[in-house]
Design a protein around this ligand. Structure first.
Ligand SMILES: [Fe+2]
Length: 236
């Protein structure tokens, strides 16, 4: 189901029916449910979102085989940074606190010596995710914003900035690996507990988060990095 290409003529609601992962993507563009039968183009126009930008992002996010190369040329970097910033805010302010609450709820349903281990794996994973996001928010994205600003002003002076997008690419590692210990503990080792649904819910939410981060990282790798490389070439 992943390989259809989303177009502007499609109904926005059909994207979600096609792939539920679009549910987390839409609020990052300020698009909320209650979509009616409006098409992608109609909703984008109404919300002031460039339709081509939305289509590029949604296709990269939902489809690992989608290569946007030729569509990157006219992409507005500031719009991309805003989207990435919205995604990070969602992780930090909504999703992680929600996962923390779920873990607490789960811990209250089980009495098992491995609960401490579970908590430890969870904390390590969340810290890793937060470090990853903080590096992007405080180092990589401000660099991209400064680069874009300088190019717009046509007075390129980045002498104070000792950074390039290659450094980001090198560091853009896989944060999902840390999650596997946590998932194994929940799937393989915890004994049956009084409330099996809370464990299923916790696992579902962790896997959903994992997938969201993978798709998010793909946008950074396939859209952000190439576009910044193009900007860097312009000024070199
Ligand atoms: Fe990110």
């Amino acid at each position: 189901m992943n390989d259809i290409i989303i177009s502007g003529k499609m109904k926005m609601a059909d994207i979600i029916n096609h792939d539920k992962r679009a549910l987390v993507l839409m609020p990052r563009f300020g698009i909320e449910l209650g979509l009616g039968d409006q098409t992608v183009k109609e909703i984008c126009t109404e919300k002031g979102i460039h339709t081509d930008f939305f289509l590029l992002m949604v296709n990269v996010f939902l489809n690992p085989n989608y290569f946007p190369d030729r569509k990157l040329k006219n992409l507005d970097v500031d719009m991309l940074l805003l989207y990435l910033d919205n995604s990070h805010k969602y992780y930090l302010e909504e999703k992680i606190p929600y996962l923390e609450n779920l873990l607490e709820e789960f811990k209250n349903t089980v009495e098992h010596p491995a609960t401490g281990q579970l908590e430890k794996f969870f904390r390590q994973y969340i810290e890793e995710v937060k470090d990853h996001l903080a590096y992007e928010d405080h180092t990589a994205f401000p660099y991209v914003a400064a680069l874009s600003e300088q190019i717009k002003k046509k007075q390129v002076d980045l002498s104070g900035i000792d950074y390039n997008i290659g450094l980001f690419e090198e560091r853009h590692d896989n944060i999902e690996e840390k999650l596997s210990d946590l998932k194994s503990l929940l799937i393989k080792y915890f004994p049956p507990s009084n409330d099996r649904y809370i464990r299923i819910r916790l696992l579902n939410e962790l896997m959903d988060f994992e997938e969201d981060l993978i798709n998010h990282a793909r946008i950074e790798d396939k859209v952000l990095i190439p576009i910044v490389e193009q900007l860097e070439q312009k000024i070199s």
